[in-house]
Design a protein around this ligand. Structure first.
Ligand SMILES: [Zn+2]
Length: 253
């Protein structure tokens, strides 16, 4: 055994896994204690692997990690919350994959973000019992931007800083927020939000109220939130849970 080898325990959510060699997999966990961590699961692809079923996507697990030279090795796994069996259903899977991809893309390795952890754990629990999981995505996105400290102000124009008129604003993806009529370049087609839609967007971003009311995003607002996320990620998400594709998904059910 290596002299400097050490073990540590962590609580984490399985974000993704990829193959390593013949039988092993590298599992990316979002842990409470250390944020994003990669761990090698040895022999995971063998039929009789003890840990195989436990490291399924979306599960919340307690892992024992053995610090390796380049990658840490997962030496023990216990399931804390089994989510996979509920998340495997395609509409739920698409939304869960998008939520996990966002956390994966926004969060740095080895950086604990307890607020994001709580948000993702709550999101996966909500998806697992939802019959309309895509409805959960806009609020999750806005709360995630908030937890990451990159949420735009929703009362002011992000270009000139002036207070927005209550009845109309435009979502400027390139500027990463709402803009007013003055800052809107003529001829540039931007999603326009009216008074009700602006109120809707602000309630999505607000902490949940005492009654735990579920806020549903209007279609226009859901698209605006996607643009905001794309702005911060610098790209569109790979997962299928964009509004257009999900609408198609829901329609064929
Ligand atoms: Zn302005």
């Amino acid at each position: 055994m290596a002299t400097f080898a050490r073990t540590y325990k962590a609580r984490g959510i399985v974000l993704r896994a990829r193959n390593l060699g013949e039988a092993d997999r590298i599992v990316t966990l979002f842990t409470l204690e250390r944020g994003k961590v990669d761990g090698v699961a040895k022999g995971l692809r063998r039929a009789r692997s003890r840990v195989g079923g436990r490291l399924e996507f979306g599960n919340e697990v307690a892992v024992t990690m053995h610090r390796g030279r380049s990658l840490d090795v997962i030496s023990g796994v216990e399931i804390l919350r089994e989510r996979w069996s509920a998340l495997v259903e395609p509409p739920r899977f698409a939304v869960a994959a998008t939520a996990c991809e966002m956390v994966d893309a926004f969060c740095e390795p080895d950086l604990a973000m307890p607020d994001v952890y709580a948000l993702l754990a709550g999101m996966l629990a909500a998806i697992a019992r939802s019959v309309e999981p895509r409805m959960l995505l806009p609020r999750f996105s806005m709360r995630l931007l908030e937890a990451l400290g990159i949420a735009p102000p929703l009362g002011d124009c992000v270009r000139c800083g002036k207070t927005l008129a209550p009845e109309r604003a435009w979502l400027d993806g390139a500027a990463g927020g709402l803009i007013d009529d003055t800052c809107r370049e003529r001829g540039r087609l931007l999603p326009e939000l009216d008074r009700e839609e602006l109120t809707n967007l602000r309630s999505l971003a607000a902490p949940r109220d005492a009654e735990q009311r579920v806020v549903r995003a209007f279609p226009n607002v859901a698209r605006a939130v996607e643009l905001l996320v794309a702005h911060h990620l610098g790209r569109r998400l790979k997962s299928a849970a964009t509004s257009a594709e999900l609408e198609a998904n829901v329609n064929v059910r």
